[in-house]
Design a binder for this molecule. Structure first.
Ligand code: HJL
Ligand code: ZN
Length: 167
């Protein structure tokens, strides 16, 4: 994990993809992987994948819950304890709506606006569950650039949808 060179976005995305592969297939979500990097030290602060933690957890959410636990604060107070320059890599763009009604990951990232400086995504969310993901726009409106890391789309989509019932 420590062999990734600073700024090697594709390598971080590849790591996120390998995390997504650990997620148990499920027909009603995507299998996603996420990596949170401290840009000051180039250290990986947290990794996560869909359903890694108990409950109906998303990849990005797992990163944040793990960090909150490490720091002994609730997730909504993470901005008080984290380094101030982070990048989030996620194989699928952060969700803006969840059919389960849980708090979308975009809202969780927006709580860290000013801390999470850039969000790198491997693919945009397909329209299977939610017809229009507004996450990208909300993040950009809040001053957080969303950057598409190209080249892994087919693999990311295949892993994300492995548990889906194909018609
Ligand atoms: C992202 C994830 C994950 C999704 N997206 N970025 N990370 N599973 O870990 C988005 C999809 C939701 C459905 C169902 N998936 O997962 O829109 O049951 O999975 O809350 O809307 O919602 P729940
Ligand atoms: Zn989510």
């Amino acid at each position: 994990m420590s062999t990734i060179q600073p700024g090697d976005h594709r390598a971080y995305m590849q790591l996120a993809l390998s995390l997504a592969q650990k997620s148990p297939p499920k027909p009603t979500n995507y299998r996603v992987g996420a990596v949170l990097v401290d840009l000051s030290s180039d250290k990986i602060l947290a990794t996560g994948y869909t359903l890694e933690l108990p409950g109906n957890t998303h990849a990005e959410q797992c990163c944040l819950i793990k960090l909150a636990e490490q720091h002994g604060v609730p997730e909504e107070r993470l901005s008080e304890v984290l380094p101030s320059k982070l990048a989030l890599y996620t194989t699928v763009e952060p969700c803006s709506k969840r059919l389960s009604g849980n708090l979308p990951c975009v809202e969780r990232v927006l709580r860290l606006a000013g801390t999470i400086r850039t969000v790198y995504v491997g693919i945009m969310e397909p329209e299977t569950f939610v017809t229009e993901n507004t996450g990208r726009k909300s993040l950009q409106d809040a001053g957080i650039p969303v950057v598409h890391v190209e080249g892994l789309e087919a693999d990311i989509l295949e892993v994300a949808t492995a548990g889906h019932i194909k018609s």
